[in-house]
Write a protein that binds this ligand. Structure first.
Ligand code: ADP
Length: 183
């Protein structure tokens, strides 16, 4: 099974994708985690990504597509994966379609977590990550509306997209996701 989890920053994509990956035996790939690790380790990627992330902007499509292409081509992703934080732009989605096709992966499903802005802001302020300052949060929401929201419309055209309401306990939301996946 090949899954994408979409939704605004603070929607709980990380929490839910870890649970779904465990329950369904999928490889969990979080671009945010990959980037934060690179920043901590001070790699070339980390040095490039740090300021962009701290401002709440997006790392370039070329870099992100390269990372994902390598990750999903790996043996441990072949049997199934859940992408968390990717694709975040239309260009990333179009390139992902091509990569999946070249690898012979089909049957992609998209989980889209929906939540209102006030709840998102409240959650992110409570989380206290470095990119969770008030100013950066506002920018991340703006970037989401402008660049990531169109990704859902792209998949709506020919992929199964399941909208999941993101208010409730972690377990409730997880049950909603497993139910739409028929698990
Ligand atoms: P959240 O889910 O709260 O938005 P993430 O951990 O997914 O946070 O991402 C944190 C930051 O990492 C983003 O604001 C962005 O700067 C960068 N990032 C993560 N994924 C991508 C991507 N696919 N394309 C570009 N930038 C990305």
């Amino acid at each position: 099974m090949y899954l994408i989890i979409l939704g605004p920053p603070g929607a709980g994509k990380g929490t839910q994708s870890v649970l779904v990956a465990e329950k369904l035996g999928l490889k969990h790939l979080s671009t945010g985690e990959i980037l934060r690790k690179a920043v901590t380790e001070g790699t070339e990627l980390g040095l490039k990504a740090k300021e962009v992330m701290d401002a709440g902007n997006l790392v370039s499509d070329d870099i992100m597509i390269g990372i994902i292409k390598e990750a999903i081509s790996a043996e441990d992703a072949r049997k199934g994966f859940i992408l968390d934080g990717f694709p975040r732009t239309l260009q990333q989605a179009v390139q992902l379609d091509k990569i999946m096709e070249s690898l012979g992966y089909d049957g992609l499903k998209v989980i889209n977590i929906t939540l209102d802005d006030n709840e998102l802001i409240r959650r992110m302020l409570g989380r206290g990550r470095k990119d969770d300052s008030e100013e950066t949060i506002k920018n991340r929401l703006k970037v989401y509306c402008e660049q990531t929201a169109p990704v859902r419309e792209h998949y709506k055209q020919n992929t199964a997209v399941f909208d999941i309401y993101g208010i409730g306990t972690v377990n409730e939301i997880n049950s909603r996701i497993l139910e739409v996946l028929g698990k």
